[in-house]
Design a protein around this ligand. Structure first.
Ligand code: TXA
Ligand code: MG
Length: 340
């Protein structure tokens, strides 16, 4: 199959809308990361997503809508809890996925769970594609399973070339990490994955929100994942990632002592001139949004080189840095080295 990269013109959006409605897969931009979309109401189309990504069949997908009314129109959920209504009003459209008790959604989408994840993206092109398809779209991140999520159309082309007919190029993703996932299916809302909407922002709207254990810590042997995606090995580069916690001075002197041809530093703009070896910057030191936006493309770049060891800075565990911490701690096998 030839994979075509298309600009989001009216003509191309109606072309891919038709392709989606009739069961084909399309790579689509969103404000978080690129998605690999299929008609969420067509179980056979959804199965093709799992095949193209090499995704385990028990990892459920997010259903994307372009209007809140589509939840009822397509009977996606059996009920909308009060907490979910408040979160929708505050953060939709945007980088927040809300899990509710499932309605009429094929088992292929929910991997047999009795809940369904729903998201209303803010990217105008995503909204136009969903509206053109005329059906909700199931879409995981458009990477091969185990690779970093794609944040440009070129990343999607790299992973999906020959496997899907179309990719819509909507430019680089603004948020750069996947959406925040929160479940409202239980008594208390639980944060399952940190993303562009922070824990603090969620709590300001619905009061106490628990943080699932696997967000910040390694899962225990035998622990059941609150979200199936948390139990799978996440992206880790071929090099060892050493996550270092301490001051800028401590980090810079540690890296300068340990640098060699086989090592690289994953650092901040402010560190670059002070480090003797190869550096990859995520952005400005205190700008976590900028660092999130760059994270996956920098990790893809690093993977193309042949380093043994990456010395990375350990982000804070709270606020807008929590999403970065959550992704990097997985890349580092949950080890953090404290610099004394
Ligand atoms: O930003 C995003 O969310 C992107 C864009 C394309 O929208 N999508 C995305 O999808 O990151 P994916 O499939 O890579 O991650 C979805 C996560 C997985 O960890 C999955 O296990 C979890 O959401 N999930 C989906 N449905 C669930 C459910 N019913 N209960 C618990 N977790 C669920
Ligand atoms: Mg993913």
């Amino acid at each position: 199959m030839n994979t075509q990269l298309l600009l989001p013109t009216k003509k191309n959006i109606s072309l891919v809308g038709q392709a989606l409605l009739t069961g084909n897969l399309v790579g689509i931009p969103t404000e978080t990361v690129y998605g690999l979309a299929a008609n969420a109401l067509d179980g056979n189309a959804v199965n093709r997503i799992f095949a193209a990504k090499g995704r385990p069949a028990d990892n459920p997908l997010i259903v994307h809508i372009s209007d809140i009314d589509q939840i009822e129109k397509f009977s996606l959920v059996s009920e909308i809890p009060e907490s979910a209504k408040k979160l929708m009003a505050a953060f939709w459209p945007g980088p927040l996925t809300i899990i509710m008790k499932k309605g009429c959604v094929p088992n292929e989408v929910t991997a047999g769970l009795d809940t369904v994840a729903v998201r209303f993206p803010s990217h105008v092109v995503t909204q136009r594609i969903i509206t053109a398809a005329g059906c909700p779209l199931a879409a995981p991140s458009a990477n091969t399973s185990g690779k970093p999520s794609p944040t440009t159309a070129a990343h999607v082309f790299h992973d999906m070339n020959g496997k899907i007919p179309y990719i819509i190029d909507g430019g680089a993703c603004e948020v750069g990490v996947e959406s925040t996932v929160v479940t409202t299916a239980g008594d208390v809302p639980v944060l399952l994955r940190p993303g562009g909407v922070t824990h603090e922002q969620l709590e300001s709207v619905v009061g106490h929100v628990e943080i699932a254990h696997a967000v910040l810590e390694r899962m225990n042997d035998g622990e059941t994942a609150a979200s199936p995606g948390m139990k799978y090995k996440h992206y880790a580069p071929s090099a060892d990632v050493i996550l270092l916690s301490g001051s800028s001075e401590q980090y810079i002197s540690f890296v300068n002592e340990h640098i060699s041809d086989n090592t690289a530093a994953l650092c901040y703009d402010e560190d670059v001139d002070l480090i003797g070896g190869k550096t990859y910057s995520l952005g400005h030191k205190d700008n976590y949004e900028e660092q999130s936006a760059n994270l996956f493309s920098v990790l893809r770049l690093i993977d193309e080189e042949g380093y043994n060891t990456i010395y990375a800075r350990c982000p804070e565990r709270t606020g807008t840095a929590m999403a970065l911490y959550n992704r990097l701690i997985r890349a580092a096998g949950f080890e953090v080295m404290e610099l004394a």
